[in-house]
Design a protein around this ligand. Sequence first.
Ligand SMILES: *Cc1c(COP(=O)(O)O)cnc(C)c1O
Length: 470
Amino acid sequence: MNNKLYGNLIFELSQPGRKGYSLPKNRYGEGYRVPQELRRQEDALLPECDELTVVRHYTNLSNNNFGVDTGFYPLGSCTMKYNPKINEEMAALPQFQNLHPLQPAETTVGAQAVCTLLCRALCQLTGLHAFTLKPFAGAHGELTGLMIIKAYHESRNDMQRTKVIVPDSAHGTNPASAAVCGLDIVEVKSTPTGLVDLDDLKRLVAEQGPSIAAMMMTNPNTLGLFERQIPEIEQLIHECGGLMYYDGANLNPMLGAARPGDMGFDVMHINLHKTFSTPHGGGGPGAGPVGVREGLEQFFPKVSPYHGNFAVAIRAYAYILSLGREHIKEVGPLATLNANYIKESLKDVYELPIDGLCKHEFVFDGLKDKSTGVTTMDVAKRLLDYGYHAPTIYFPLLFHESLMIEPTENESKETLDAFISVMRRIAEEAKSQPDEVKSAPHLTPIGRVDDVLAAKHPIVTFKQLIHDAD
Ligand SMILES: *Cc1c(COP(=O)(O)O)cnc(C)c1O
């Protein structure tokens, strides 16, 4: 920001004839020249810059990134947490990094051991029988899990089971995965207290029991609430012949507290990139291993070549080992403590639609004082001015002004206190200087962008250069 070259594209810094490199002469003579038919007719349109300009340009750009290594990242439902550097070192070991999936099995015993031991650890942490590491993401894991469920019903010649029950608070990938798997979605309502409405579920089961393939649940659900009626729900679904699917994308609140396998779930996925610490964002990288109870492992489909996203598996295994059996038990309780600490410290100024104990995350419905006209979007934008990444906003869809906060288990009390004081300050500003908040951010390189236009009509070419070249 304080660099006057900031904001330029590398092409705009270009000076005709300026070079940051020199290539050695072709020492091998004419015989080694690139054949004429393979050569360019004209020079490529590349920026011409000196080396320091290039280095500074990209370093300044990188300084505009926000990440878990630069600041607090309270993004709900997407668990962005501490990514220990030791994981990166393990994943970068040449013995792992230089493997080829087609090399002889006897030369990859160490890598196979990582996969086997990680699966074993996941079984122990979830109470399930077997895991496959093949899926590349949470949504891919959901699809894999539903394919397993479909194959199970088909193996029993139970062909009419085509429906999947999904709570209205579910992550959008749940209904999307069911649809991609060729299954129909049946929505079950939430009660005013944010849990699955058991009466609505009973009605659905009574009406559609023989056609129900599965019920998908997220627990703690996307409101951060523990679904206390799982024993009844599990019984209802199993009695009608369906299976129970557990969306374990954000498993951190459960580690050391409870296991999906013990709750009666048959199939689940885990987002290694969330719960087990692979840095992710902008679409990857990820891994969504799927676990099943005994008797379902023969239905594991082939959803990716080879062994899935192996580098993510290494990081997850390194994370599990570095926490160890003792400390991994503290993950869930600490994630829960941190979320409740923020919630209780802010609920007098932010609207808490569902009071009570939450797990790893919770949802505010905007500011408590609605008279100021300051929206959740404004609060999120103003947070950027104070150096914080915005929480998840306008999801879940159950409230108009959703502001979803997850601190994760790794943050210190000082970090949480600093965030709380900024959130309180913004609530104060909403009253004393609402226009300042409504026009935020003021300190970022660019202000508010048109998100829809930017996503639907991205401009990814440098017009001026192309124009000049015409
Ligand atoms: C993130 C998330 C998903 C999807 O995971 P991806 O890896 O982004 O595909 C599914 N369910 C829940 C609850 C999530 O938070």
